[in-house]
Design a protein around this ligand. Sequence first.
Ligand SMILES: [Zn+2]
Length: 224
Amino acid sequence: MEASAAPMARRLMDEDTFTKNFNNVVWPKETYLCYEVELPDGDSRVPPGRDKGFLPNKGAYMSRTRRHSEMRFLDLISSWKLDQKLCYRVTCFISWSPCADCAQRLAEFLWENSHVSLRIFASRIYTKRKYGDYEAGLRTLQAAGAQIAIMALEEFEHCWETFVDHQGRPFQPWDELDPKSRYLSEQLQHILQPTAPPSLPPLYFPPSHPVPGPSFRSLRGSSG
Ligand SMILES: [Zn+2]
């Protein structure tokens, strides 16, 4: 039985699990997601102690109950039925960036929940196309308002301090952490850059149909 007087201790990740999964120069098969929700004044929807936590993906291999960690997080946050009158800031640190499926679902969540803002820091970029076009997925997620970035030393240290059972030991950066983080950051920026629009025909208002000022109808009429 749990002691009822003290608040329940938050579950922490063991050091090896963190290092194995968030190391940005290795390729683990699992995904871990750490989340933090900044609770606005007046919030009564997020259960005590649940504003921070971590979720691995579930049944990664050949399982019918497979659930990516982002989906598990959406299940969780949806179950809270966050107060529509308040604004919540959510930060996720994910060992792999969202696949196309998860990016789409996260984007839909943001479109439907304008009172929630989302920042995502990824340790590595998930580049398999098994679930669709991951690059388009990340752009969709960004277009839905999410801020997406690659984890740098500061984020690794923050996660270590916040989510890991480190027993007082400081975070030990691995070799190549910084250059790999910079490289991935450049890759991500390349992915998220809006593609140049195709050259548009110049706006043209036929002199025989003068219009007093620009309007949607005149703009549309001029292009066809
Ligand atoms: Zn996914």
